[in-house]
Design a protein around this ligand. Structure first.
Ligand SMILES: [Zn+2]
Length: 71
């Protein structure tokens, strides 16, 4: 039974980590030709696509200097 308890504890810890991570991973917006990601209300993000912050960073986008999204 000891193993089962440890497994359960790791699952609880993992899901707590996952939800905390999701909370700090907001949706940001990138434009087709731009190299930066933007906040929802940025004036420079015309025709942009929404994606997760972590995804935008993975793809090499930099934070916009105008709207200063989370990094
Ligand atoms: Zn911007």
């Amino acid at each position: 039974m000891r193993k089962a308890t440890q497994l359960l504890a790791s699952i609880v810890l993992l899901s707590a980590f996952a939800s905390a991570h999701a909370f700090s991973d907001p949706t940001v917006y990138v434009t087709e030709q731009g190299k930066a990601y933007h906040k929802k209300n940025c004036t420079l993000k015309h025709g942009s696509t929404g994606m997760k912050l972590s995804e935008a960073k993975k793809k090499g986008y930099k934070p916009c200097k105008v709207c200063k999204p989370a990094t």
